[in-house]
Design a protein around this ligand. Structure first.
Ligand SMILES: *Cc1c(COP(=O)(O)O)cnc(C)c1O
Length: 399
């Protein structure tokens, strides 16, 4: 059942039973084999399932590039936000203080999580999409010696911007502070190798670039740092240290694991390795993005971000200024042609997003562009050019 499409001209298998492609950042379109892996029940205490958990953790630590046994992986039940909350609640000491770097919904959610936790934080809010840069992080840390940790969003999925984590990491460690990374929508396709970028812990989930189904996330942490976090957590079920300690002792998850999701994820990891790992996965997504963006630009659409900041994960386009353009109609027409797109999240101008991740390749992306062309024609929109205020907004973004 091996599938290694990256070198072939054959399109990746279409979704099962004619379901639409999900051009969304997760849940996303998964391989048939991933879905098929869920057709069996597993006992969570059984040795077979414990071996699956062990393998999952070992493979994820390897994907982070750790070869020295310095990092460990702790899977946590729930969606990605549960795992971000678990990460923050466990790794920030009760008397610690976090600098949250926000440029979109997920950064703001991290700040909101800190507010719920009732722990000290300060926020750099760059608005809808401006990237937090190393020098301003450095200045914020210099100005406030109480800050112990920084949380950065790797790919801010709400605009699709790829934030400069390497530069942020340097600024953080040059000042003796610690970095945590929300790499939810990037890990597995964009390098976050512990040998190249320093951080104490990162968090991601099953249903993004590894192409599994939703149901759990995971924290990959420096073991020496995780060892210090006992007793920090505000929450029983979201305590990463307690989950880790139980797993080390018994090989089991503390509470009911999403067994079918874990089985599906192992199949997704097998396909990921078969494809060629992080570099090959990232290369496929990059081709997806390049083909899709070039085609959409030919139709007159423009991207929110300049090329330098575009991630290969998801791309934000401005809605056309044309009076006959109606996003809901556009969405329905795209869906009827087999593609589910994603509404935008910008506060200033109307936008929509097209995801590049999931079980699909450039052949599919060409069909996406073709579908967009037809959808515009059906609405009587002869130009997809954005309004002038959208271009003015984008001009604020430095090269
Ligand atoms: C998807 C995502 C999350 C988690 O969202 P859930 O809906 O809880 O899975 C967190 N951060 C980023 C950057 C994400 O893309």
């Amino acid at each position: 059942m091996s599938s290694s499409p990256s070198t072939s001209n054959e399109p990746l298998a279409a979704p099962h039973l004619g379901e639409p492609y999900l051009l969304t950042p997760g849940p996303l379109t998964t391989a048939y084999e991933v879905k098929q892996a869920m057709l069996r029940d597993w006992g969570s205490w059984d040795a077979d399932f414990r071996a699956m958990t062990k393998s999952l953790c070992e493979q994820l630590v390897a994907l982070a590039g750790d070869t020295k046994g310095e990092f460990v992986c702790v899977p946590m039940q729930g969606s990605g936000s549960y795992c971000v909350e678990a990460l923050l609640g466990t790794f920030i000491p009760r008397d610690g203080k976090v600098l949250v770097l926000a440029n979109g919904a997920y950064g703001l959610r991290a700040a909101e999580t800190m507010r719920y936790l009732g722990r000290a934080f300060t926020l750099i809010d760059k608005g809808d999409y401006m990237p937090p840069r190393g020098d301003e992080v450095g200045a914020a840390l210099d100005a406030d010696p109480d800050i112990t940790h920084v949380i950065a969003i790797h790919c801010e999925t709400s605009s699709g911007i790829l934030n400069p984590v390497a530069e942020i990491s340097e600024a953080v460690y040059a000042r003796g502070r610690k970095l945590l990374v929300d790499s939810m929508s990037a890990f597995g396709a964009i390098d976050l190798d512990v040998n190249r970028i320093r951080y104490e812990a990162m968090v991601s989930s099953a249903n993004k670039c590894i192409e599994g189904v939703p149901g759990f996330g995971f924290v990959i942490a420096r073991k020496s740092e995780l060892e210090k976090t006992k007793g920090n957590s505000h929450s029983l079920s979201l305590d990463v240290h307690a989950q880790w300690a139980a797993m080390v002792k018994t090989g089991q998850w503390r509470y009911t694991p999403p067994t079918h999701v874990v089985a599906a994820f192992l199949e997704a990891l097998r396909i990921h390795a078969d494809e060629g790992g992080v570099a090959a996965r990232g290369a496929r997504y990059t081709r997806n993005r390049d083909v899709m963006v070039a085609g959409m630009r030919e139709l007159g659409f423009e991207t929110l971000l300049k090329d330098r900041w575009l991630s290969p994960i998801i791309v934000t386009f401005f809605c056309p200024a044309h009076e006959k353009f109606d996003f809901d109609k556009f969405y329905d027409a795209m869906k009827a042609k087999g593609f589910i797109i994603y509404p935008g999240k910008l506060t200033v101008v109307d936008s929509f997003r097209v995801g590049c991740i999931g079980r699909m390749d450039e052949h599919v992306m060409r069909r996406v562009v073709e579908a967009a062309r037809e959808a515009l024609a059906e609405m009587g929109v002869d130009s997809a050019a954005p309004p002038a205020e959208a271009i003015a907004e984008r001009a604020k973004l430095a090269a």
